[in-house]
Design a protein around this ligand. Structure first.
Ligand code: CTP
Ligand code: MN
Ligand code: MN
Length: 509
């Protein structure tokens, strides 16, 4: 991590003055006319500031001596975003939303490049978002330039570019441990904290950086503080060494094993999978049998080329029975992830009759069975009702017809850069989820199955608490208007909810 403190440009010690006046130097040609810089003296000092101003000017940047309306970029050193905003307020200057507040690291990189470099999250001192993202009812509005980070993941853009992985990894572990111990409140707190940190466009370097960030309580702040001090979390480290956590993690890594079964096996004193497999008195479900049988393949994650190969397989089979069907890869892969624990697909058809719709998953899986590709298959029939109001639950199960599968993917179907064949085995077992939905519910199902889980939870929470609407994977209901709101695309659903559209790859909350 490049901390701003590590960056040093030029002398900090006093130097003999080269020019008559400190600020107004010899005119240099301005090469970059779109930018007008102002360098903050606070915590930087006069000499260093003068040196940096001169250097920037020599490189063709326009640098102002005084802060004026024409300034577009304020550069500061050893200041947080709130420090700079405080300073601006003291000067009685209202920071317009156009004004960029940047760390010295941005200027350093510009100087090195000899031209303006792209402003990345790590350079930005305040989190700036579209104004509508800040219009959370009930939230107090800070200074004009600071857009409050929403407590709802559906009002944040969370790409896979995570600047705070040290913290979020620890929170993910702590949340999982709470899940295993059924500490729901604490689990949710850690999940929300991880989620909000994943959305930050900068790394947290000091506790000051956490100011104004929602979803961080005393407990989570304590963990952050520990990591800032020691570079790792003692709490997360303790969990990783905990017997119960280790066992639950191992047991639930078997397809078909949930918390209840893990708990049972843990209580029976089991700590390894081989102990469990060799206990002849234990009864396993079909799912668990398949889970043990294909364990190695299923724990090794699905790569994107493998997911693409599965996609071909699914599309070929689906279109053979319903030529007009639409097949969309959903889940983590739609959010841009490079690997997944499974591959998820949503299927719909504009023309199919109800019967044809209900038959499709049966036909497709029968077809694979005949080809010897179906290693496991569990079809759940639809319980979907057209006029039923969306569920109130945040983690509601959906009612569409679906199937949980394990498919045999032949290596020949995967375009791989390097061949790393396992000896003697020319295929890999892959977990695949297929969901079939009525054509008019496609947008809702797509939104619901794209995830992430945290993003979905917060969409529903937002709909309920901020809009008096009910959203689930099937429909959106407006309680004030007492009517269902229809949608043909995800964009329309966001619009109904009064939310800015968040792209799938920005939903990695
Ligand atoms: N989902 C759902 N109902 C279920 C299962 C899943 O609505 N019964 C949704 C969840 O919102 C989830 C998405 O479908 O985000 C995909 O689920 P899953 O495959 O479990 O998660 P991914 O995000 O795809 O993660 P991974 O890469 O580990 O598969
Ligand atoms: Mn998935
Ligand atoms: Mn899935």
């Amino acid at each position: 991590m490049d901390s701003p403190q590590a960056v040093q440009l030029g002398p900090r010690k006093k130097r003999p003055r080269q020019m008559g006046t400190s600020g107004a130097s010899i005119p240099h040609d301005v090469r970059f006319r779109d930018l007008v810089l102002f360098i903050l003296e606070k915590k930087m000092g006069t000499t260093r500031r003068a040196f940096l101003m001169d250097l920037a000017r020599r490189k063709g940047f326009r640098v102002e001596n005084e802060l004026s309306d024409s300034v577009t970029h304020i550069v500061a050193e050893n200041n947080t975003g709130s420090d700079v905003l405080e300073w601006l307020q003291l000067q009685n200057i209202k920071a317009s939303s156009e004004l960029e507040l940047l760390d010295i690291s941005w200027l350093t990189e510009c100087m090195r490049a000899g031209k303006p470099v792209e402003m990345m999250g790590r350079h930005q001192l305040v989190v700036r978002r579209n104004s509508s993202l800040s219009s959370v009812p009930g939230s107090q509005n800070g200074p004009a330039a600071v857009q409050r980070i929403s407590q709802y993941a559906c009002q944040r853009r969370t790409t896979l570019n995570n600047y705070n992985q040290v913290f979020t990894d620890a929170f993910d572990i702590l949340a999982e441990n709470d899940e295993f111990r059924e500490n729901e409140v604490s689990c949710l707190a850690f999940m929300r904290a991880a989620s909000v940190l994943k959305s930050l466009p900068f790394p947290i370097i000091s506790m000051k950086d956490t100011e104004g960030i929602p979803c961080l309580g005393d407990k989570t702040k304590c963990v952050i503080e520990g990591i800032i001090e020691d570079g790792e979390s003692s709490e997360a480290k303790a969990v990783l060494n905990d017997e119960r956590y280790k066992s639950f993690k191992l047991f639930t890594s078997v397809f078909g094993v949930g918390l209840k079964t893990a708990e049972k096996w843990f209580r029976m004193g089991y700590r390894t999978l081989s102990e469990i497999k060799s206990d002849k008195s234990l009864k396993f479900t079909q799912m668990q049998k398949a889970g043990f049988l294909y364990y190695e393949d299923l724990v090794s994650r699905v790569s994107r080329p493998e997911a693409e190969a599965v996609s071909m397989l699914v599309k070929e089979a689906v279109v053979a029975f319903l030529p007009d069907a639409l097949v969309t890869m959903t889940g983590g892969f739609r959010r841009g992830k490079m690997t997944g624990h499974d591959v998820d697909f949503l299927i719909t058809s504009p023309e199919a009759t109800e019967d044809e719709e209900q038959q499709l998953l049966h036909k497709v899986t029968d077809f694979w069975r005949q080809q010897g590709l179906l290693l496991y298959c569990d079809i759940i029939e639809s319980t979907f009702e057209k006029f039923k109001q969306p569920s109130r639950k945040v983690d509601a199960l959906d009612h569409f017809q679906k199937c949980f599968l394990i498919l045999k993917l032949h290596h020949g179907r995967v375009h791989r850069e390097k061949s790393s064949e396992q000896e003697g085995k020319s295929w890999k077992a892959i977990r695949v989820d297929l969901v079939m939905c009525p054509y008019d519910r496609w947008a809702f199902a797509l939104l619901g199955w794209t995830g992430s889980r945290q993003f979905e939870r917060d969409l529903r929470r937002y709909a309920t608490h901020e809009r008096k609407m009910m959203l689930d994977n099937h429909a959106l209901y407006d309680k004030t208007k007492r009517m269902f709101l229809e949608a043909e695309s995800e964009e329309e659903i966001f619009a109904h909810l009064g939310l800015d559209y968040i792209e799938p790859w920005e939903r990695n909350a």
